[in-house]
Design a protein around this ligand. Structure first.
Ligand SMILES: [Zn+2]
Length: 56
């Protein structure tokens, strides 16, 4: 997913709760940013399984 797309997703999703069921790699132009984006809410964090941790 492109960085821009993730930002749009976040804006549309707002402050609703999300359990981040599916992550995808984030890209800026053709380059991976190293972050993974929730395809539901657009939240981006480092690491491919941040949605599995309970810390957030
Ligand atoms: Zn999410």
């Amino acid at each position: 997913m492109q960085l821009e797309e993730a930002r749009d997703l976040r804006e549309r999703w707002g402050e609703k709760l999300c359990n981040h069921p599916d992550l995808t790699k984030e890209y800026y132009l053709g380059t991976q940013t190293g972050d993974y984006v929730c395809t539901t809410c657009g939240k981006a964090r480092w690491g491919r399984d941040w949605n599995k941790t309970k810390s957030e």
